[in-house]
Design a protein around this ligand. Structure first.
Ligand SMILES: Nc1nc2c(ncn2[C@@H]2O[C@H](COP(=O)(O)OP(=O)(O)OP(=O)(O)O)[C@@H](O)[C@H]2O)c(=O)[nH]1
Ligand SMILES: [Mg+2]
Length: 287
C-alpha cells in the first residue's frame, strides 16, 4: 500500500460522519456501479442483469468483466448491452473483455478502475451465479449512504445464512476462521464477495500493490479497509447455492489464495518480522 490514507479517522471503525450521527451530504445523481466478474455464466448472466434492472435504482450502472468465457457469456453480455442501450433508460451496461481466465481478483480490479474512471460514487461487487440476491442491493446502498466505506453482505452475522451444500459451508467456515485468526480481523465474513465500497476507499487503493489474483482478493480488500482506518459494517444476507454452471473454486484456487493470505501476513503483521529478518539475513549472507 503506497498511498497515505486521506481518512482523518485513521484508527476508527466508523467514519466521522457516521460516528457523529450526521449524514454525509446528499447529492442528486449519485452514480452506482455494480461490477460482475464472469467466467462461464451463460445460464445466469441474463437473469441476473434482468433482476438488477427490475430494481429500478436511479443512477445504477453495470460492468461485466468477462475472461473470454468458452461458453459465450461475453457475447451474451454484449447483446444485453445493446438491448439496454436501445431502451434509452439511462442505465449503462459496459463489458470488459479480457483475453483469458486471469482470476477473479484481477477481474474486480479491472472493473473497479473502470468504475472510478466513469465517476462512480459507490461500487458494488457481486457474483454472477445468483448466489447473491440483487434484492439486497438497496440495503447495501442504504448503509453506504450513511457513510460507511465498506458495507459487507455477511453470511455470519445474525439474520445471515449460507444455504449451500455442507462441504461448501465447512470450507467457508474454515477459510474464515483461518483468516480471522491469522490476520487478526474482527470481521465475521472475511471471504464475502457481496460488498459495496465508497469511492473514497477505492480511490485510496493502489491496485499495483494488491497481491491477490484470485479469491483472496476479497480478504485483501477487507484487510485494507480495516488496516487503513476506513469505516465498515456487516449486514446480513442469505447466500444461495448456484443453480446453473459450475464453481471455479478448485484446489488450485484454494492453494493460490492460501499463499496470498500468507503474503499479506508477511507484509503487514508484526509477528512476521522475525521471519522477515531471518530471510533477509540469509539472503544477504548467501548472495
Ligand atoms: N472474469 C472472471 N470471473 C471469474 C473468475 N473466476 C471466477 N469468476 C466469477 O466470479 C464469481 C464467483 O465465482 P464462483 O465460481 O461462483 O465461486 P464461489 O461463489 O466462490 O463458489 P461457489 O459457491 O461454488 O459458486 C462468478 O461470477 C464467476 O463467474 C475469473 O478468473 N475471471
Ligand atoms: Mg458462486
Amino acid at each position: 500500500m503506497k498511498k497515505k490514507n486521506k481518512n482523518t479517522n485513521h484508527k476508527s471503525q466508523i467514519s466521522p460522519d457516521v460516528k457523529s450521527g450526521s449524514r454525509p451530504k446528499r447529492r442528486e445523481n449519485l452514480k452506482i456501479v455494480v461490477v460482475i466478474p464472469t467466467y462461464n455464466e451463460k445460464d445466469n448472466i441474463e437473469d441476473l442483469v434482468g433482476q438488477i434492472l427490475d430494481l429500478k435504482i436511479k443512477g445504477l450502472n453495470i460492468i461485466i468483466v468477462d475472461d473470454n468465457s468458452p461458453d459465450g457469456t461475453g457475447q451474451i453480455a454484449e447483446r444485453l448491452k445493446s438491448e439496454i442501450r436501445s431502451k434509452k433508460s439511462g442505465i449503462n451496461l459496459d463489458v470488459i473483455h479480457r483475453k483469458g481466465k486471469q482470476g477473479i481478483g484481477t477481474a474486480y480490479a479491472a472493473g473497479f478502475k473502470k468504475a472510478l474512471k466513469g465517476g462512480a460514487d459507490y461500487i458494488i461487487s457481486m457474483d454472477a451465479d445468483l448466489s447473491h440476491n440483487p434484492k439486497d442491493i438497496p440495503g447495501l446502498l442504504c448503509k453506504a449512504r450513511q457513510g460507511y466505506d465498506l458495507v459487507l453482505g455477511s453470511r455470519y452475522v445474525k439474520g445471515g445464512a449460507m444455504l449451500t451444500k455442507w462441504n461448501r459451508r465447512i470450507l467457508s467456515h474454515l477459510a474464515n476462521l483461518f483468516v480471522r485468526i491469522f490476520l487478526t480481523l474482527p470481521i465475521h465474513d472475511c471471504t464475502a464477495g457481496y460488498k459495496c465500497y465508497s469511492r473514497k476507499f477505492i480511490e485510496f487503493l493502489d491496485f499495483d500493490h494488491i497481491d491477490s489474483v484470485g479469491y483472496a482478493f476479497q480478504v485483501e480488500m477487507v484487510y485494507n479497509v480495516k488496516n487503513n482506518g476506513f469505516s465498515y459494517i456487516e449486514i446480513p444476507i442469505i447466500f444461495n447455492d448456484r443453480n446453473n454452471g459450475g464453481s471455479k473454486l478448485d484446489g488450485r484456487e484454494i492453494t493460490t489464495s492460501t499463499k496470498a493470505i500468507f503474503k499479506i501476513a508477511y507484509r503487514y503483521k508484526w509477528w512476521c518480522r522475525p521471519v522477515k529478518f531471518i530471510i533477509t539475513k540469509t539472503k544477504n549472507f548467501l548472495f
